[in-house]
Design a protein. Structure first.
Length: 277
C-alpha cells in the first residue's frame, strides 16, 4: 500500500458524527466525518506545494531582443583622446557621435534584463501534491490552528462547518452575508473588510491595498453561490473538483476557515481515493 493510500485507511466503525446545518443555522442531520480529516499535519509539504503551484500562474516576461539595437554603432578606438565606447554613426542629429548600444549609454540596452526564456515553472511530484492537499484539508478542522491563522471563530461553532446543499443556490450577496452572520462570522467579515496600504512600490502598480483572507466555501456545483461570494471581501468559492492547496493555504499558511456543502464533504474520501488509485 502506498503512503498516500494509507493516509485514507482507517476503520469505518465508530467514526465521529458531525452536524449538518440548514440555511437557518439549525442542525438538521448528522454525517460521518470523512477519513481525510485523520491525516497527520504536514505543513512543510503544504508550503512546498503552494510555492510550486504558484509558479504555474506566473507569466513569462522579459525585454525585447531588439531593445536598444536600433542604432548603427562603432567604436572609434584609441588615439582620439575620447572614451572607446561604441558611438552612433552618422551626423546631422543630436545623437551623432553619442554613445549607444552599451548599458552605460543613454538609450542603451539593459545590463542584465529579465529574459522570457527563464524557467519559472516548478514541477511537483503527484504524491507530494496529494499529501499536501489532504493535509491542508485536515487542518481546516482544528479550531486552535484556524484561530492561530487569524480567523475570528466563535466558540460555539464546531469544525468542520457543514451546510446542506441549499447553499449552492444562494445567488444574492445579501442572502449569503446574512447566512454567514447568522453562523457567527460577523466579526470575521468585519476583519476581512479592513484593508492595509501596501509597503513598497506596489502602491504605484495597481495593488495599493492588501486585503485579508476570509472563509472559503466548497461545494459540488455552482448554482449562483460563486457570484454571491465574489462581492464579499475575503470570501471565496470553489468547486470540490477544483480544490487546491492554493485555496486552503493562502500565502502558504494552512488552516483556512472552510465551509463545506454536505455533498462536497461526503464526496471527499471517494474523490481522493479515485485519484490515489
Amino acid at each position: 500500500m502506498s503512503v498516500t493510500s494509507s493516509l485514507l485507511t482507517s476503520q469505518k466503525e465508530g467514526r465521529p458524527k458531525i452536524p449538518v446545518l440548514s440555511l437557518e443555522c439549525k442542525e438538521v442531520e448528522f454525517v460521518e466525518l470523512p477519513r481525510v480529516f485523520d491525516t497527520p499535519p504536514r505543513e512543510d509539504l503544504i508550503k512546498r506545494a503552494y510555492i510550486h503551484l504558484m509558479t504555474h500562474t506566473l507569466q513569462p516576461k522579459g525585454a525585447s531582443k531588439v531593445s536598444a539595437h536600433k542604432y548603427s554603432v562603432e567604436s572609434w578606438g584609441a588615439g582620439y583622446g575620447m572614451a572607446r565606447i561604441s558611438r552612433i554613426k552618422g551626423g546631422g542629429t543630436g545623437k551623432a557621435m553619442a554613445g549607444g548600444f552599451v548599458p552605460s549609454a543613454v538609450g542603451g540596452r539593459a545590463t542584465h534584463p529579465p529574459k522570457p526564456e527563464k524557467k519559472i515553472y516548478k514541477k511537483l511530484n503527484k504524491k507530494e501534491r496529494l499529501i499536501a492537499l489532504i493535509s491542508a484539508i485536515a487542518l481546516t478542522a482544528i479550531p486552535d490552528v484556524v484561530r492561530s491563522r487569524g480567523h475570528k471563530l466563535p466558540d460555539k461553532l464546531k469544525l468542520p462547518i457543514v451546510v446542506t446543499d441549499d447553499i449552492e443556490s444562494i445567488s444574492k450577496t445579501k442572502e449569503l452575508r446574512e447566512f454567514l452572520e447568522q453562523l457567527g462570522l460577523r466579526e470575521e467579515l468585519k476583519r476581512c473588510e479592513e484593508k492595509k496600504v501596501r509597503a513598497g512600490k506596489g502602491k504605484m502598480r495597481g495593488r495599493r491595498y492588501k486585503h485579508r483572507i476570509g472563509p472559503l466555501i466548497v461545494c459540488m456545483n455552482d448554482k449562483g453561490i460563486k457570484k454571491a461570494a465574489s462581492n464579499i471581501p475575503g470570501v471565496h468559492f470553489t468547486k470540490l473538483s477544483e480544490l487546491s492547496v492554493l485555496h486552503l493555504a493562502p500565502g502558504a499558511r494552512p488552516a483556512r476557515l472552510t465551509i463545506w456543502s454536505k455533498s462536497a464533504l461526503i464526496s471527499l474520501d471517494s474523490k481522493l481515493e479515485k485519484i490515489l488509485a
